[in-house]
Design a protein around this ligand. Structure first.
Ligand code: HAX
Length: 440
């Protein structure tokens, strides 16, 4: 073993145990207007951000500019003969704050179509990566490669006035959103479909065109799923890792490409967006362990217990803020009930939903035993034949651009400050607590 690693094991690990015990024992100690627990548990519940596009309620779930997901599915404009609203309309709502008319929504889509050409060098950068590179890594690198196009970076270099920051942030954000489906589809087809690519169809709406470029354009059900998927994954207020990262990196006036690529690195974490691939991996491993077929509820229960006993998390369950079933899960369940009620994998997802909350609820430390958005999405994709689950988080990423980039435009319009919270050492906290108890 490396000498320094040995030293860390000898000195660092006992110290880490001591610090963790100290933090736990003093969880209620006041730290400003908060407690030490708020500081050490990932700032959960601390108000530290102002985000206009959406607001999350622990019991009810997300509202986009005041509209719940069922309300959005009812009120946002849709194409004639289709059932799901278009993400173009949601983007308008998040940016402007009002439900668009059909024409206003349509204008957003045409605007994106005009901006959708991806520079050639971006494909060359993707092609230079080993084919085994995780699709999220390819996605983040491709976004970085597109940074050559940043109008914000160019304007800043040319001495743009602060009051116009939002203009160039808007241009970059619109260009990025317009181009992401093409980039994502390129990664998919390169990685899984023998590098055979499908040209965009400018006549289609943004989500349907994405479905088409992925290779599922003949399937109306898949196109509907993409519309719904792109709407429900778009935003989840400002504190989640991908939204917060966009805001944090953007607060240094890094341009939207730099900020969004960083956000995608956060989304690629298994406690965040990568959970959508982990759910399917978990279910398939469960099936494999049982020799295939549909597991019984008892077998699912045993597998959940086994997962936890092995020191792992049950993917798709739990949430940092939510304390009830995620309405994004419910929306997908409703979609499945209409489009694929007899699908085996979907039925396994529903069986997990029947048993998991009871089991997880028995573990006192788990604050939310209910399913989140990622518990359902993979089964829907597999139903339509999109089985390459390492790609799932890229779909999430394309959608997340809508929320975090409209928020970034607002950040620049509001002249939001550089984000720079104060950090302290555990010794500093010990001294503060000692001083507090002496003062008493
Ligand atoms: N399975 C097993 N243990 C779980 C758990 C789960 N699904 N959810 C929480 N726990 C554990 C935590 O790991 C933690 O254990 P330790 O104290 O030993 O570290 C304890 O319960 C307390 O956690 P918590 O306060 O309830 O939850 P957090 O706010 O810390 O974390 C997470 C929220 C979503 C990260 C967590 O519930 C989790 O890991 N879930 C599984 C992964 C997942 O589905 N992530 C996607 C979340 C939604 C999202 O962002 N989508 O992109």
């Amino acid at each position: 073993m490396d000498k320094i690693k040995e030293r860390f094991e000898e000195i660092g690990l006992p110290k880490a145990t001591e610090i963790k015990e100290f933090l736990k024992a003093n969880a209620d100690a006041p730290m400003g207007t908060y407690t030490l627990d708020s500081v050490s548990s990932g700032m959960k519940g601390m108000i530290g951000l102002i985000t206009e596009t959406s607001l999350l309620d622990a019991e009810e779930g997300i509202r986009f500019r005041g509209y719940s997901i069922p309300e959005l599915r009812e009120k946002l404009p849709r194409l004639e003969g289709t059932t799901e609203p278009l993400p173009e309309g949601l983007f308008y709502l998040m940016l402007i704050g009002k439900i668009p008319t059909y024409d206003e929504m349509y204008e957003v889509g045409s605007n994106w179509t005009k901006r959708a050409i991806v520079p050639k060098h971006v494909f060359e950068v993707i092609d230079a990566l080993p084919i085994s590179t995780h699709p999220m890594t390819q996605f983040s690198i491709a976004i970085m490669a597109m940074q050559t196009e940043s109008e914000f970076a160019a304007a800043y270099r040319n001495g743009v006035n602060k009051k116009d920051y939002w203009v160039h942030t808007f241009e970059d954000s619109m260009n990025l959103i317009a181009r992401l489906p093409r980039v994502a589809a390129y990664i998919y087809r390169r990685t899984y479909k023998n590098n055979v690519h499908i040209e965009p169809n400018p006549k289609l709406d943004w989500a349907a065109n994405f479905a088409h470029m992925l290779g599922y354009g003949d399937n109306d059900g898949f196109k509907e799923l993409m519309r719904l998927y792109m709407v429900i994954h778009a935003d989840h207020e400002g504190g989640n890792v991908s939204a917060h990262t966009t805001h944090l990196v953007g607060s240094a006036l890094s341009d939207p490409y730099l900020a969004f690529s960083a956000a995608m690195n956060g989304l690629a974490g298994p406690l965040h967006g990568l959970a959508n691939q982990e759910v399917i991996r978990w279910v398939l491993e469960l099936q494999e362990a049982l020799g295939g077929g549909k597991p019984s509820k008892q077998q699912i229960e045993d597998y959940i217990n086994k997962t936890i006993n092995e020191g792992k998390v049950v993917p798709g369950y739990g949430h940092a803020v939510l304390r009830k079933t995620d309405p994004r899960f419910t929306a997908q369940m409703e979609f499945a009930k209409t489009h694929m009620p007899n699908d085996e994998l979907v039925n396994i997802v529903w069986d997990v939903y029947d048993v998991a909350p009871n089991i997880l609820g028995n573990f006192k430390k788990i604050k939310n035993p209910w399913p989140n958005v990622d518990a359902h999405s993979g089964a829907l994709l597999l139903h339509y034949g999109l089985k390459e689950y390492d790609f799932f988080t890229v779909l999430f990423g394309v959608s997340r651009a809508l929320g975090v980039l409209s928020s970034l435009v607002w950040d620049r319009a509001l002249g939001m400050a550089l984000e720079r919270p104060k950090s302290v050492t555990s010794d500093w906290i010990k001294n503060k607590i000692a001083a507090q108890s002496q003062a008493k």
